[in-house]
Design a protein around this ligand. Structure first.
Ligand code: GLP
Length: 258
């Protein structure tokens, strides 16, 4: 893996936006895989800024989001649909027909998961997949115990994930305990380049385990990324604080920019 170390969250967001911009510019039509959560908020703000400066256009970009809570409708303020429109889509020139987010309110959830898998395949795969990482090492909503070959499916959320995300809901009782998540197998097979972003000390333990050589058993979902040939991790110093010398030796570690 390639690891880019940055000093601040602001820098992390700029470096991530550089990767996205480079991918968008290198293709006439670009497919992005998008993540939610606190971590990519700065990246999306950067992309909006660059769009306003006319440095990028989203007209020829297709997007696939990683996940959505089961039962939430797109208009629900706690949904990832709402999040994406609030932070990115409504500020840029996205073609709404090219936006894909699993429909958590679908009557046939399994059918929705199958439809989502086909849609990703039909698009020709993902040029750049953005990932965050949960404190328990989840990617998307693939919780510990998920296999590295899993497909898009309905998943149960762990108590620690519910706790971490409760801030986005009126109360923990209101939170769905299930989500539709792209599988780790889907991410690994369909993405040509994966960009994992991690910021803050709360992520240091998960980041360290993700990069440790003996962790491809599915116990820590993010460690499956070791199986992919083209992963870039952008970490701020706090998230990278636990990296061992062997991890630094075995991976390509860069300081700063792209
Ligand atoms: C959430 C999302 C993930 C995200 C992760 C970390 O539950 N499903 O896609 O990467 O948890 O979120 P944050 O960036 O807020 O720490």
């Amino acid at each position: 893996m390639e690891i880019t170390l940055v000093s601040t969250y602001q820098k992390l967001s700029e470096v991530a936006a550089d990767y996205v911009q480079e991918t968008m510019k290198s293709r006439a039509h670009c497919v992005l895989g998008l993540a939610t959560g606190e971590t990519p908020v700065g990246l999306y703000a950067q992309l909006v800024r660059r769009y306003r400066r006319r440095e990028i256009s989203f007209k020829n970009t297709t997007t696939f989001n990683l996940d959505e809570y089961v039962g939430l409708r797109p208009a629900d303020e706690s949904s990832y649909h709402y999040y994406m429109h609030r932070h990115l889509f409504r500020h840029v020139d996205m073609d709404v027909n090219k936006i894909h987010i699993p429909l958590g309110a679908a009557a046939d959830l399994e059918g929705e998961c199958r439809r989502y898998e086909y849609a990703i395949e039909d698009s020709g795969g993902i040029d750049l997949q953005i990932l965050g990482i949960g404190r328990n090492g989840h990617i998307g909503f693939n919780e510990p115990g998920s296999t590295c070959t899993g497909r898009t499916r309905v998943v149960q959320l762990e108590a620690s994930t519910l706790e971490a995300n409760a801030q986005y809901f009126p109360s923990v009782q209101d939170m769905p305990h299930e989500a539709i998540s792209m599988g780790i197998g889907t991410v690994l097979e369909q993405s040509r380049h994966i960009l994992l972003l991690a910021s803050g000390a709360a992520k240091a333990a998960a980041v360290e385990k993700m990069l440790s050589a003996d962790e491809t058993t599915g116990k820590l979902p993010a460690s499956c990324l070791q199986l992919h040939p083209n992963v870039t991790c952008v970490l701020d110093y706090d998230a990278a604080a636990n990296l061992s010398d062997s991890v630094v030796r075995e991976n390509r570690v860069l300081e700063g920019g792209v």
